[in-house]
Design a protein around this ligand. Sequence first.
Ligand code: CMP
Length: 139
Amino acid sequence: AIERTFSMIKPDATKRNLTGAITKVFEENGLRVVASKRVWMSQKQAESFYAVHKERPFFGELVEFMCSAPTIVQVLEGENAIAKNREVMGATNPAEAADGTIRKLFAESIGENSVHGSDAAETAAEEIAFWFGGNEIVG
Ligand code: CMP
């Protein structure tokens, strides 16, 4: 089925001017950008977006990193977009990511791993609604 998922290009990637290179990998794999904006998130936004991780030992580091430079938040649309996006991103830890995946190509470490993508339909809907109003998504 045609789905929508939420994607974020993280500060390590925007700092290295990789927005286009990463978006190209999505497009080459059948994902279409139907919403996109550049945001420099506040500490509050980062804490709220990643609230599910707040008990993790890396939470402070994660929030600080996500606020360290701009990110690109996007909605990607396509056949099985949620699973497809996860496949194209590769494993969270770039050392474990398959050849050709975004994290294998570009990520620097498990924390500075260039992209985030929703892990399931329910989180995709929540994460899209966190960053976008309905009229900002144009399919
Ligand atoms: P993301 O998909 O954005 O969701 C949570 C993020 O936490 C994850 O990608 C990683 O970038 C980050 N993360 C996970 N494990 C660690 C870790 N051990 N140290 C630092 N950051 C981590």
